[in-house]
Design a protein. Structure first.
Length: 251
């Protein structure tokens, strides 16, 4: 297995010999320089091998000519490497400045607890790499939890519904909500790798609060529902019936 290291720019795991990070395009200047030096050494080595095969009379003549060629090639190669590295640095500095500004803005929204703005800004940015992990996970959980809460409230507040219609909407909302809570738990179990814990706890807490305060689900019923979950086709008809009967009976 190839040795891997963390990219010094975005933090992603990349091959230790990668000159360019495949995730953020960061260039390792030391490896790039070494690669160019290796090319020159290979060229000299190839020449020496060819010289050994030449008649002795031609060696002196060719050696002088090749020495000049090598000097010219070295100057050209190092000049090209310098210009490429300089151009690459200028381009990357521009990217990094833009990227740092975006991360600063996302963090500002995150600290303000505005996870909707975090989500909208992240999705519009096409950001990727370790620098965006916190906001990618926040957006992921926000989408699940936000629509779960909205679905639960809509099922409760719909006017002119029969109990059967309400149960039908609620069982779908329950599937979304239980999945959102299980998904949030996955990030918890992984230890919140990117520091997204506050957002995950807040958003999943809103789902649980809505289930309990709007639909009156008990802790045991919620635990059983999580245990019952298999996939997004899990049937929560029975739980939906119990919750609707309980809620409508209390109204």
């Amino acid at each position: 297995m190839k040795e891997e290291v963390n990219c010094p720019n975005c933090g992603a795991l990349i091959p230790a010999d990668a000159i360019i990070c495949p995730y953020c395009q960061f260039e390792n200047e030391e490896l790039a320089k070494q690669a160019e030096e290796d090319k020159i050494e290979d060229l000299i080595e190839d020449y020496n091998e060819e010289v050994k095969r030449l008649p002795k009379k031609l060696v002196k003549k060719n050696t002088k000519v090749f020495a000049v060629v090598i000097i010219v090639l070295v100057i050209i190669l190092f000049g090209a490497v310098y210009m490429l590295n300089r151009t690459g640095r200028l381009i990357q500095e521009s990217k990094y400045t833009s990227k740092e500004n975006l991360v600063d803005k996302l963090e500002e929204y995150y600290q303000a607890g505005d996870y909707e703005k975090v989500t909208d800004t992240y999705l519009d940015s096409n950001g990727w790499g370790g620098s965006f992990g916190k906001y990618a996970n926040t957006a992921d959980v926000y989408i699940d939890c936000h629509y779960s809460v909205e679905s639960l409230k809509m099922a409760a507040e719909a006017k002119g519904y029969t109990n059967e219609q309400r149960e039908n909407d609620l069982k779908d909302a329950l599937r979304k909500s239980i999945w959102a809570l299980i998904h949030a738990q996955k990030f918890r179990d992984e230890g919140f790798n990117y520091g997204e814990g506050e957002a995950v706890d807040t958003l999943s807490g809103e789902v649980e609060d809505t289930l309990k305060n709007v639909w009156g689900i008990t802790d045991q019923e919620l635990a059983d529902a999580k245990e019952m979950y298999v996939d997004k086709n899990t049937d929560y008809s029975e739980l939906a019936h119990i919750l609707v009967e309980r809620k409508m009976g209390n109204n």
